[in-house]
Design a protein around this ligand. Sequence first.
Ligand code: PEP
Ligand code: MG
Length: 752
Amino acid sequence: MLTTLRSIVQEVAAIPSFRDALDCLALRVKESMGVDCCSVYLTEAPQSDHVLMATEGLSKSAIGIIKIAANEGLVGLVAQREEPINVQNAQQHPRFKFFPEADEEAYHSFLGAPIIHQRRVLGVITVQHTEKRPFSQDEESFLVTLAAQMALEIVHARTRGELNIRQENKTPALSGVSGSDGFAIGESILYQPKLTLKQYGMFPTKDPKEELAIFKVAVRNTRQDIATMAERMRKVVPKDAQSIFSWYQQLLDANSLGAEVELQISEGWTAGSALKRVVEQYRIQFDLMQDDYMKERIVDIEDLGNRVLAHIINDNSAPKADVERGILVAEEVTASMLAEYPAGSLAGVVSQKGSRNSHAAILARAMDIPAVMGIGDLPLTLLQSTLLVVDGYSGEVFIAPEGAVLEQYSKLAEQETKLHETMLAEAEAPMVTLDGVSLNLYLNAGLAISQDTRDDIPCDGIGLFRTEVPFMLRERFPSEGEQVKLYEQILKNFHPLPVTMRTLDVGGDKPLPYFPVQEENPFLGWRGIRITLDHPEIFLVQVRAMIKANATLGNLRIMLPMITAVNEVTEAKRLIEQAWNEVREELDTKVAKPLVGIMLEVPAVLYQLKELSTHVDFFSVGTNDLTQYMLAVDRNNARVAPLYDNYHPSVLRALFIIVTECGGLDKPVSICGELASEPAGALLLMAMGYRELSMSAKNLAKIKWLLRRVDTNEVESLLQDVLSCQDPQQVHKQTEKFIETAGFGALLRAGN
Ligand code: PEP
Ligand code: MG
């Protein structure tokens, strides 16, 4: 049964045309269940008609003609009840509705199952028999299982179909995941090399010498291309983000991939075939790896292989950098593809495969290019030279948008730019509310070079420097010396303002390529401080580097992530003290001692603030993880994404309790999670009593502009209202109403 189910799902999934896919579904179900009739009805929107879309058994001329209203017929009943209905004699059922055009007089027994995706009924699949006998429990289970599996396929097939046959007034949209925030509108630039290694054949050669010479020239040319890309990226992204290019160069080295290809050539294969064979062997090895991050690195090897192949066969088909603000679209956008375009020439990025972890997504964020990753299977040629809208916030891509969608996004993009300009004009102004309350606004930093200089973004310092990014972009742990250099640069750039550096917070969704951690449940596993306390050698090197960098500057504050228990703090502080003594001895001078604080991001610490406060100098709330752990919702799981909500009344109450209690303990507390970057979030946090907010550079000017225009008393009454709300939706309604009524609606919509 499982094999039949799988083969039906796979067959349907492989068909590009939506109609053909549905026809195939009806036929395959009829055959495999041995029934007399199978039909598929689809529903455009809740409460709308169920339209017959495919049938094997009813009159084909009724396809598209039979429309069953939501409250009509057995099909309507299946959808209404959202459960299967199995009747022996359909025609005697009170809900039976006769459609003369269907030719269904001969059928008696009826089984229908709803097709439901994310709580929404997409349609109904029915099977019918001429005999008057109920369908068996097995048959019922089969149809229900199949309908559940088909739901997602129907969503995908519909999108593929919509791209093929454009419907009036409807903009097809593809959903992926956000790779990099922002809106982009532009013409697609389809990146499709003429020939890839996958398509290349296996050709023997009688002249390995000649093939070896061809391969060497191709490698030399590829090296040159990579050097050019690295040079181009040097001006755009931090040094760390460029390590991908040195990795490419290393792979091409005589003792790496290069040597393996040469061996294959000497065994009688042409340069291209030898390369194909070696890369395929790598693919097999990487597929076996458990670690997702490592698995993704095969993409880089294949990309490099295709680049060498292009030189072997003299294929120059890759789009060149003369496009004006286009949107790069590829099956798998790679870091090196991005590097082919001069800074500013790409407006957005859309990748069929990949995730937020991909190097390309990390680079896109560093380059501030909106990106959507993982839009899934569809023939990419459908996106050739098409106008696209990329919503890097929601992870959606709109194809050939017209009318309302284009208008809405053009407005949003324009507002985002305008908003930024308006806000920047006030960036230097003091952060004081209308009623004279002062706040400090800090920067969340750690990736893009452009964001890491104080002159660019007026702020009160860095509230969160995520140190793990430089670790993630390397092929090994950075040395103490490398870390000192990096930290010194940041501390100096912002001196004398405080810079809060968080110790390594890897694990969870931030794996290190060279330190794989395989876990069933990584977010509840070996993460943050848990890893670094188990590996004091890693922690000590990092903390020593921070203390060294800060030796004469004195603006460093060290912050510990993922703290769950007091003993983690005392142990980490013991190591910090040890590192400080070591550095003092080594430098033989007076060395500034940093303040030490912890992140409040695990619910357990809410109940031990008093005990913790005796060991630390400050607290900072990580609302991203606090929300994840309080609501038990994986922050990266698209399926439960609607449940992940910072505005859940319980999260807001927890935040209120934290700030109130910290006030009583006289311990400074700030916010460094995303909530502080959002207008509604910043307002509520301010009303709760938070006076230190840390956020991404992009949002800092906006939040300042807003907070300078409000009166804390007014926002306090909003806070009282939302704290008594029952669910996040009510909170959103209330905050949106407040923002609209206060006249900030239009300006604040961009990016939210
Ligand atoms: C947080 O959890 O809110 C936070 C700031 O840390 P990160 O997003 O890096 O986990
Ligand atoms: Mg966190």
